[in-house]
Design a protein around this ligand. Structure first.
Ligand code: GAP
Length: 463
């Protein structure tokens, strides 16, 4: 049996870049994530997903969509990014969606006033210096509030009446459609509405790769309930959402709940927990679960002048429901899955020696490529047979054909992008129509008949 030993963070760091730098570098080299507009020097806070990244992100979103909407009590929608500007007055974003900002009078760098502790000084002349030192020396301006919403204009006239915002969260598209969805789908309380989509925030400081960006995707679900059962539904969704992350392979010891202190609650929240993941740079929120009370629907009723009340045809009552929100970042979840999957392990080579392999241990449902197919050598009809196998598998999931280099190198290349299964056509295949299937994590190889291969892989991928 093949053996591998995961190296500790300290071991992988020894003499080289930290694990986060390695993940960013692997992401670029293997086509997960590139800097946006890189040939022009990049655009801060924006990233592009490459061929493998877009597949991984799509798999994360698909898994979320299945978990959240393939149930009787949740409907999906896809609302527009641009909305009526009054939406953002009703939501409280025009008034409250601000961060305190300070400027350095000397180097002109801008900082979030509440995050100076972690920030480096903005001047290249002071390498290694902390921004807090500059603050202590009195170089910073007074803090002023900065609204994080991006503004743009609709139509050709550039005046205040044409101002609209790029949505800073997908949630409002759900609230304003609450009655449309409820009546068209004939849902009764309790029920939810789910949405995946882009959100934009003009963050003062972007940082930590995909963690804090200016353009990102959210996966949000708003669950509408009667007041009085809100606390029990809040508990239910907290547990469900944690199970979703662990069910897709995130290590339990790297996940925790963090409860917001009453004085730190958002203006709309009655109670709030974050699901936090332990990134190499520390614990960070990947999802928020909020009890939003009846704040949102009441505010939209007030600002639009339209009733947002739910009519209960059994009790004949009209009520504004409470809302339990689950709000995950697709981009932050992507990053948590990528970081969690990243391992450097001691592993035996084909020659019986030991080397270090980099492997992304993605859950098979998230892996961008599900199986790779190799001919052992490029002769004796092996490439043709391998191509036939590739063609047989391709309609069912994403496969990759690789006929170049030593087979051990080909395994390593697939390990590095997290492909769970590598199938090799060898000389035995020519006589008995069996192939080897190598498992990414155990590196153990099994011989499987070509006729049973598809069923075997589908069962493993569904497990
Ligand atoms: N509707 C509630 C809401 O938007 P939030 O805590 O501000 O709540 C929810 O955001 C999630 O969106 C966060 O847990 C995070 O995963 C993601 N998110 C927020 N700001 C982000 C940013 N600047 N970059 C990447 N993801 C972000």
């Amino acid at each position: 049996m093949a053996i591998s030993k995961e190296l500790t963070q300290a071991e992988t760091k020894a003499g080289g870049p930290g694990v986060m730098e390695k993940i960013v570098s692997l992401s670029k080299r293997r086509g997960f994530v590139y800097q946006s507009s890189e040939i022009y020097g990049g655009l801060n806070g924006c990233w592009d997903y490459g061929p493998l990244g877009v597949e991984l992100l799509k798999n994360v979103k698909d898994q979320w969509w299945r978990a959240m909407t393939y149930r009787e009590d949740v409907e999906g929608i896809d609302a527009s990014i641009l909305m009526h500007p009054r939406v953002w007055e009703a939501s409280g974003h025009v008034e409250n969606f601000t961060d305190p900002m300070v400027d350095c009078r000397e180097c002109k760098a801008r900082f979030r006033a509440d995050q100076i502790e972690d920030a480096p000084c903005g001047s290249p002349a002071y390498k290694g210096r902390k921004a807090s030192k500059c603050q202590a020396e009195g170089k910073f301006t007074e803090a002023r509030q900065f609204n994080l919403m991006f503004k743009t204009l609709v139509g050709p006239v550039e005046d205040q009446s044409a101002v609209v915002y790029l949505r800073p969260e997908t949630a409002q598209g759900i609230f304003v459609n609450f009655l449309n969805v409820q009546t068209s789908s004939r849902q009764k309380l309790p029920f939810g509405i789910a949405q995946i989509g882009k959100a934009f925030r003009n963050e003062i400081n972007t940082k930590n790769f995909l963690f804090r960006t200016r353009e990102f995707e959210q996966m949000e679900m708003q669950f509408f309930v009667r007041q009085g059962v809100d606390v029990e539904w809040f508990e239910y969704w907290k547990e469900e959402r944690m199970k979703w992350f662990t069910g897709l392979g995130l290590r339990k010891e790297r996940l925790q709940f963090h409860r917001h202190e009453p004085d730190k609650l958002a203006h709309y929240a009655k109670d709030a927990f974050d699901i936090e993941y332990q990134f190499p740079f520390g614990w960070g929120e990947i999802e928020g679960i909020h009890n939003r009370s009846d704040y949102d629907l009441s505010r939209h009723e007030q600002f639009s002048g339209k009733s947002m009340k739910y009519f209960d045809d059994e009790t004949k009552e009209k009520i504004i429901p409470y809302i339990i929100e689950t709000s995950a970042g697709a981009s932050r979840s992507f990053m948590a899955f990528l970081v969690d999957a990243y391992r450097e392990e001691e592993a035996p080579t084909a020659e019986g020696a030991t080397d270090v392999r980099t492997v992304l241990r993605f859950h098979p449902r998230l892996a961008p490529i599900k199986a790779a197919v190799f001919p052992l050598v490029n002769r004796d009809g092996m490439p043709e047979l391998a191509r036939n196998i590739e063609a047989m598998l391709r309609p069912h999931f994403r496969v990759f054909y690789d006929g170049s280099g030593a087979v051990g190198r080909r395994y390593r290349r697939q390990d590095e992008v997290g492909t769970p299964f590598c199938i090799t056509v060898d000389s035995q295949t020519l006589s008995d129509r069996t192939v080897t299937v190598r498992d990414r994590d155990s590196m153990v190889q099994e011989r499987i008949s070509i006729d049973n291969l598809l069923r075997y892989l589908l069962e493993k991928l569904a497990a």
